[in-house]
Design a protein around this ligand. Sequence first.
Ligand SMILES: [Zn+2]
Length: 227
Amino acid sequence: MPRNMAPALISSPEDIVEYFVQDASKVDVGSPDGYVERFIHSEIYRIFPEVQSVVHSHAPSVLPYTITDVEMRPCVHMSGFLDFAHDKGQSVKKFDVSQFYGKDDIHDLLIRNKSLGAHFADFFSGPGQKISENVVLMRGHGFTVVGESIVESVFRAIYTAENASIQTTAMNMNYMARMNERKDSDINYLRNTELHDTTEMTKWSVMRPWRLWIREVETDPFYVNSA
Ligand SMILES: [Zn+2]
C-alpha cells in the first residue's frame, strides 16, 4: 500500500509499504508510516483468499447513498457486479462502523484496528463464510470494493462511482416527472435476468477502459514515475 500520502502522488518503490495480511504489521519495521485504514485491506485478504485486490474510496458521488436509506442498485450494463448474486434484486450493503466501536476506539469513522476491520470484512460474507458482496458502502465515509485482480477492483471502484451519479440523476428526473403529474414515472433498474449477462460482458470488455486509464496516467504530467 502507499506510504502515508495520497496514492496518486506515489512515484517510486520507496513509496510502497508492505504488510503482513495476518495483522497488518509492517514486513520491514524500518518502512515509513502507512495508512491507518490498512485493516480494511488486511482483514478482507485474511478472510477471503480469492480476493487479490481491494480498493477503498471516498468518491463524492457515492457518499449520499451512505447516509440515506436510499438503496444503491445496478442501473447500467457496466455495473451489474453491484448485485453479487444476480438473482435477488439486491441493493448494496451499508456498514455503520459506530455499531462496532470498542470501549477505547476513536469515533472518527475510520477502520483503525483489526477488530473493526474484521467486522467490516464480515459484511462481504454470506452463508458459509463465502464471499457474497463485491461492494460495501460505509456510512459518512465511502465504500470498498474487492476483485480477483487489480484490473477488476479498479473497474468496479470506478463504475460504483459512475453508477451512483447515474442513479442520482435518474432519481432526480423521476422526482421531477412525478412533480409534473407524471404518475406513471418510475426507474427501471437492471432486471435480474440482465445482471448475469452484463457482468459476463464486462469480463471481456474491461481491458478497453483499463488501457485508456493507463494511458491517461502515463500522459498526465500530474503523475510521476521515477522508478
Ligand atoms: Zn477511508
